[in-house]
Design a binder for this molecule. Structure first.
Ligand code: SIN
Length: 473
């Protein structure tokens, strides 16, 4: 298959320069994709702008039917999509299959939600007036998607946008454009009209600039780093661009003395090592209360020692490669810095022998707040553990960061759990749960972790305008 841009219902871009797409497990070039830029982005925006009038005039039932068909097609192509994802991104095939379902579920859920976009009638203060709130699709939406979840982060944006009646222009990550292009091909098969869904691969700078400055783009939705999110906010200021930003995290995982040890170990392992530690919500700092500190580390180390690292296409692999060499370097830097500042490696702490961007699942103990790993998002398979004594102390440590995406608490004591969570400044909290994401629940961060929410009934609001109508009768 040739991977091309899709603009106004046409596959295009054959003549453009190409960017290679690499397999992070082998370093090999899988294929090349067109290096689109300003011109192609403008063409895609024009197509989406033109298609908006008709698409926004369809009924919710028509949009729901198409979205449902699309979701079924994604499931039908599970194997192909998962293999593509593992090849370009690295996650183990079983995880990639899980993500295909997660992605399809966003489309399915919003196919149903399309029918539940309700306005309001407001009691009037004047018997000759009627007051109403109407909901309208916001317009052309530009979606900039990340490499760590190439399918689900796309459908989490596209599902509600299309359900609301918006048209979409997608810019996938340069590391993982293939899954996104395949998803657009499936949308075409489902029968979305020309121009409703467009995709442009290529220069982030040029394409991003068009998205943020073109007045025809009414909203930009982005998942990625806080640094880039801030740049987009600045670029979008002149057109007062509506933004949804799902940005960086630095999740604390708090294990209290009264936690169920097995549950805590399972939760931390799932959160930390899923996607090789490359999720925005994965535990980045693990705080264990003093009475169970040694015991937790012992059981956790036994579990982590059993994780198998390798090419995600092989069976039985739990932890795939990191996305690129820079990712491995950052992990290395965090581990070396922690050791220099007094931490001890309990498991892993180095790259395995085979080629590729691999790093061994790692536990380090006796971490402290001076270490880089306790201050920055690592985005890799390293679990640093710090001991604490009191609930007050750990809440302070957990909140001592500009980030506020996800946090985790493990305790069987309802009062302790409630008191800790009430004090945590985080948009998503897992209580005895290392994998809290669900399509029907709102996902997003407080503080510098972002703006807006994706998923759940909240997730469609950002794609709708509220119009107040006062009717004189
Ligand atoms: C993310 O890493 O941004 C998404 C993780 C999820 O949806 O669980």
């Amino acid at each position: 298959m040739e991977y091309l841009l899709h603009i106004n219902g046409k596959w295009t871009g054959e003549a453009l320069d190409k960017n290679p797409v690499l397999n992070p497990a082998t370093g090999e070039i899988i294929t090349k994709v067109p290096k689109g830029g300003r011109i192609e982005a403008l063409q895609a925006v024009e197509a989406a702008h033109h298609a908006f009038e008709e698409w926004s005039g369809t009924t919710a039932y028509e949009r729901a039917k198409l979205l449902k068909k699309y979701s079924n097609l994604i499931i039908d192509h599970e194997q192909e999509l998962a293999e593509l994802m593992t090849t370009e991104m690295g996650k183990p095939l079983s995880e990639a299959k899980g993500e295909v379902h997660y992605a399809a579920n966003y489309i399915e859920w919003y196919s149903e939600q399309a029918k539940r976009i309700y306005g309001e009638t407001i009691p009037t203060h004047d018997k000759n007036k009627r007051l109403q709130v109407w909901k309208k699709p916001i317009g052309v939406v530009a979606a900039i998607t990340p490499w760590n979840f190439p399918a689900a982060m796309l459908t989490r944006k596209m599902g509600p946008a299309l359900a609301a009646g918006c048209t979409v222009v997608i810019k996938p990550s340069k590391e993982t454009p293939l899954t996104a292009i395949k998803l657009v091909e499936l949308a075409e098969m489902a029968g979305f009209p020309n121009g409703v869904i467009n995709i442009v691969t290529g220069s982030s700078k040029e394409i991003g600039e068009v998205f943020l400055t073109d007045p025809r783009v009414k909203k930009v939705t982005f998942t990625g780093s806080t640094e880039v999110g801030k740049t987009l906010m600045r670029q979008g200021a002149d057109t007062v661009k509506k933004l949804s930003l799902e940005l960086g995290g630095h999740a604390p995982m708090i294990i209290l003395n009264d936690a169920d040890l097995q549950k805590a170990v399972e939760g931390v392992t799932a959160s930390k090592f899923r996607n090789s530690g490359q999720t925005c919500i994965c535990g980045n700092r693990i705080y264990v209360q003093s009475a169970i500190y040694d015991q937790f580390i012992e059981v956790f180390a036994d579990t982590v020692n059993q994780l198998r690292v390798g090419n995600g296409m092989e069976t039985g692999i739990d932890v795939g490669p990191l996305i690129n060499h820079a990712g491995v370097e950052k992990v290395n830097e965090h581990v070396l810095d922690a050791v220099k500042k007094g931490a001890t490696v309990v498991v892993g702490g180095e790259q395995p022998e085979e080629k590729g961007n691999f790093y061994k699942p790692t536990i380090i103990k006796d971490a402290n707040p001076d270490m880089l790993i306790m201050r920055e998002e690592t985005f890799g398979p390293v679990a640093p553990i710090q001991k604490f004594e009191t609930i007050e102390e750990v809440v302070k440590l957990a909140n001592d960061t500009p980030f506020g995406l996800a946090a985790y608490v493990f305790t069987e004591n309802v009062s302790h759990g409630t008191r800790v969570i009430e004090k945590l400044d985080y948009g998503v909290v897992g209580w005895n749960d290392g994998t809290p994401s669900a399509v029907q629940a709102p996902f997003g961060g407080m503080k510098e972790s972002g703006l807006g929410r994706e998923g759940g009934h909240q997730g469609i609001e950002d794609f709708l305008e509220t119009q107040y109508v006062s009717i004189g009768i």
